[in-house]
Each structure stands twice: as C-alpha cells, then as structure tokens.
Design a binder for this molecule. Structure first.
Ligand code: FE2
Length: 297
C-alpha cells in the first residue's frame, strides 16, 4: 500500500479500501478491505511461538480445536489444554489446535513489532471511522492461529473489528439472532460478562470466503462464526471502541439492571436521546469506578 488517495480510494501504509463504501457500511454492515500482511515475518509460526512464550501466562486462550458452531459451556468458560500455546503453535500443522494471542490489549506489556504494526493499522482505519486516531480506544489486537477444519463457535464481540487474514482460507459467517427480544436479553447478558455465545444459529447469514491479503469488517454486536479450510489458518483481529461503542455498552448495562427490577426497558436504538442519557450515566459510573481502582491504597 502506498499511502495515496485517488477518488474515494483510501490507501494507507498497510490497508486499502474504498472510502465512500467503507464510511457508509462501517459498524453497520460487513465488507472486505485489502491489506499487505501476508509475508510479514511477524506472522511466521516460529515468531508466533516465540511470542507465545513471552506473553503473560493466562493471557492466551488455547484449546485442542475442532469445535461446533454452537459453543458448549466449556468454551464459554475459556477451556484450556495441558499443552502450552507455544507447543500448539509449533505443531499446528500436525494436529488440531487453536490459539488466540493478545498482542495489543489494555494492561498487556508492549510487544515490540506487533504494537507498532497495530498502531499503523489504526492510522489506516481511522479515516473510515471518521474520528482522529486518538479517539480509537480500548485497543483489541489478537492473533488467531488454528488448525485446518477448526470452527470458532457463534459469538458476539463488543468492538467494531477487522479480521486481517494472513494464511490459509476461512469462511466467515455473519447473521442476526432470529428473535430480536431474545437478542436484547443475550446482549444484556454479554455486557454483564456472563456469556458471549448464543445457543441459536443466526439467520439471514452472509458468508465471506477469506484468502490471504483480504480483511473483513465485523460490525459490533453481530453474531458470527468462522470455519477454516483444510489448511492452518492465521488472522490478525484489529478492534477498538469509540464513544458510540461505550454508549451502547452503557445502554445494555442500564437495561439489564432495570430488567432485574422487574421492569421492561426501552430497547437500545429506539430513541437516540434516551440512549444517550442512559449511556452517559453508565459511562460516568464506569469511569469513576476505574479511577477509584487506579488510586493507590
Ligand atoms: Fe469474533
């Protein structure tokens, strides 16, 4: 990518896309963009196994792979295997396995090379979001390494994200919950950190076949799942949150509390004014709690 603009084309250091299309669809609809990560030595399996050995113990999700589209309870609880993440990566071409390695998330030590790349990717993406890059907060950079045939079960993510595919092929499916009211309850549960895997298969599904050099935008709070092709697959998920995402979280948390009191709250999205009021109350409370926890005893 060359860092030039031509018509509505945005070509950053690593990611290129049609700016008009991206701005129209961002956070609403999935769409593909192009990137230059295939061939980057940061994503060679040896480098990734070395990275796994440097990351804090417990920060890496890993299991033996081969899951179903609808998650079993063990997955929701973050099941781990006896094999270390580095050992799974080093043998990923020979046996089933799955590793999700955080390389840029709040509270994690800076990972040289990966952190700089993550920040360069944010610079490329900021124009489509329409905010300064400094307003892209709560960074979420995770590398997924998985064996051929692996499935990542249906789940929700709170942040808008881009899955930059680097190796192998993946089929990425995005749909919607068949019952809007059931989905609202699911998202309230999700924002209470009590489960992110719905027990129903989404409907109105769009399927995207991803090959190296392609990335898919995943709008926030849309149920999705991923199925690998026969080869080892490797992707870098780049996500972040803006004020709009914090407000949405606040509304679902508010509604979850109101529902526990036996009331029926107005759904998120029904009224922008009401959503802003609920969201601002919860965001203010969240920030106050965060400041309190940071204060030395
Ligand atoms: Fe996801």
């Amino acid at each position: 990518m060359t860092g030039t603009a031509n018509g509505s084309a945005a070509s950053g250091r690593h990611i290129g896309y049609d700016l008009d299309e991206a701005r129209a669809k961002y956070a609403k609809r999935p769409f593909k963009v192009q990137h230059d990560l295939p061939g980057n030595p940061l994503f060679e399996l040896g480098a990734l196994a070395d990275l796994a050995e440097r990351l804090p113990e417990g920060s890496i999700e890993h299991h033996g792979g081969n899951r179903s589209v609808i998650a079993e309870d063990a997955i929701e609880l973050g099941e781990r295997t006896a094999d270390s993440p580095a050992a799974i990566i080093r043998t990923i071409g020979e046996r089933p396995g799955f590793v999700a390695m955080p390389v840029s998330v709040p509270g994690l030590p800076r990972q040289a090379g990966y952190q700089e790349l993550f920040e360069e990717l944010l610079v490329d993406l900021a124009p489509m979001v329409g905010v300064p890059v400094g307003d892209l907060q709560d960074h979420h950079g995770v590398i997924f390494i998985s064996s051929g045939g692996n499935t990542t079960p249906v789940h929700y993510d709170p942040e808008p994200s881009f899955l930059l595919h680097v190796r192998g092929v993946k089929k990425f499916s995005i749909g919607r919950h068949p019952d809007p009211e059931a989905e609202r309850l699911q998202l309230e549960t999700f924002y209470r950190h009590e489960g992110r895997n719905p027990k129903v298969v989404p409907v109105d599904v769009e399927e995207f076949d991803l090959t190296p050099g392609e990335a898919l935008h995943v709008p926030p709070c849309t149920p999705h799942w991923v199925e690998n092709g026969p080869e080892v697959a490797l992707s870098f998920s780049v996500g972040f949150q803006t004020t709009a995402d914090h407000l949405r979280r606040g509304v679902y948390q508010w509604n979850g509390r109101v529902r526990k009191l036996g009331l029926t709250p107005k759904p998120y999205g029904d009224s922008a004014v009401r959503d802003r009021m609920k969201g601002n109350v919860m965001v203010t409370a969240f920030e106050a709690r965060r400041r309190l926890l940071r204060r030395p005893a």
